[in-house]
Design a binder for this molecule. Structure first.
Ligand code: ADP
Ligand code: MG
Length: 342
């Protein structure tokens, strides 16, 4: 049978597109916290219930959104962060695709309260399954609060793929930890079912953030890394673990490129190659490395989740990281202070 071709309606398009950005509750948390960071917040609170499936609330003290811009923010491809594709090479914000709010609003019930500090009164805006439910003026503190309820209530196929609330909460916790490590100058508070799970000081001390997340046994076995190559195309700062705190998996390898948590084969390989002679086979190091590189030397627009990056000069990146790690390892007394039973 021959069927008619027709263009999908907007709500169907949005639901399909939402699938790429919003895979699970932790994706919502990621997108909203990144927005809060982009808005210049110095304190961000994340509260979840039932693994984020029924309740996610994110509060920031950032720039806020002007009343007349609020409905715009929920349109697909609406962003204040870039104007043209050339801007991508200079991008310093975490977001730029203008897809998060429209995607989240397509598959959940959203309530937004926001007030820029120069305004006297804030607004409350509600949107459910992509349908505007109303907007009103309301007294509010400076900044923005997003409340996301009933994720995937209108896309049951997606809801079926969610894991248990405990597992989903675990994904969210690790995201918050990554954000606390990538932005030690921001205070993060994370609450699960009314209980505070993490509260970082935001005083820009990376080692303290590592301590707050990984505890004392890790923190006392760290080697500090600081480099700058001669023409300053790449700069590496942070901490790596002495081989004694190596692990059986890569879960403790943390890499940030221009403040963005990334998974990068080339970075991982450079680090692990440098550790090679210091560590047993099938062991992986603890790392928390910040890599600063010119925006034009890295492409962040590889995947909708923006977790992958491409470097224009892979060999340079490899070499600089490899050397920095090797130097750090060679210059340190590698005899452990304590033995850790883990
Ligand atoms: P993107 O982050 O890619 O620009 P989003 O859909 O995530 O796209 O957000 C759309 C726009 O809404 C942003 O460009 C920003 O102007 C505004 N916005 C979203 N969240 C916040 C927030 N917490 N504080 C201030 N502005 C925000
Ligand atoms: Mg965004």
């Amino acid at each position: 049978m021959k069927r008619q071709i027709s263009v999908l309606d907007q709500s169907t398009i949005d639901k399909i597109a939402a699938g790429e950005v919003v895979e699970r509750p932790s994706s919502v948390v990621k997108e909203l916290v990144e927005n809060a960071i982009d808005a210049g917040a110095s304190a961000i609170t994340v509260e979840i219930k039932e693994g984020g499936t029924t309740f996610i609330r994110i509060t920031d003290n950032g720039a806020g959104i002007d009343k007349e811009q609020v409905p715009l923010a929920f349109l697909r491809h609406a962003t204040s962060k870039i104007r043209k594709v050339e801007d991508l090479s200079l991008i310093s914000s975490l977001g730029f695709r203008g897809e998060a709010l429209s995607s989240i609003a397509a598959v959940s019930r959203v309530e937004l309260i926001t007030k820029p500090h120069e305004q006297l009164i804030g607004v409350r805006y509600q949107i459910e399954g992509g349908m505007e439910k109303g907007m009103e003026e309301i007294g509010a503190p400076d900044g923005t609060t997003f409340l996301i309820r009933d994720l995937f209530y209108n896309t049951p196929a997606r809801a079926k793929f969610l894991k248990t609330p405990t597992t989903e909460a675990g994904y969210i916790s690790s995201f918050i930890e990554q954000l606390a490590l990538s932005h030690p100058h921001i205070s993060f508070k994370y609450m699960q079912n009314g209980q505070t799970k993490l509260h970082t000081s935001g005083n820009n001390n990376l080692k303290e953030a590592i301590y707050q997340i990984y505890g004392r046994d890790i923190t006392r076995e760290l080697i500090e890394i600081h480099t700058k190559d001669r023409d300053e195309t790449i700069r590496i700062d942070g901490f790596i673990g002495k081989p004694v705190i190596s692990r059986g998996n890569r879960n403790f390898e943390n890499y940030y490129v221009n403040g963005r948590y990334v998974k990068s084969k080339i970075v991982t390989k450079a680090v692990e190659d440098a550790y090679h002679t210091f560590m047993m086979q099938h062991k992986y190091p603890f790392t928390c490395l910040h890599i600063q590189i010119k925006g034009s030397d890295v492409d962040v627009n590889v995947h909708p989740t923006k977790m992958e990056v491409r470097f224009s000069n892979q060999e340079l990146v490899y070499r600089q990281i490899y050397q920095a790690i090797l130097q750090g390892l060679q210059h340190k007394e590698l005899i452990p202070q304590v033995t850790i039973g883990k």
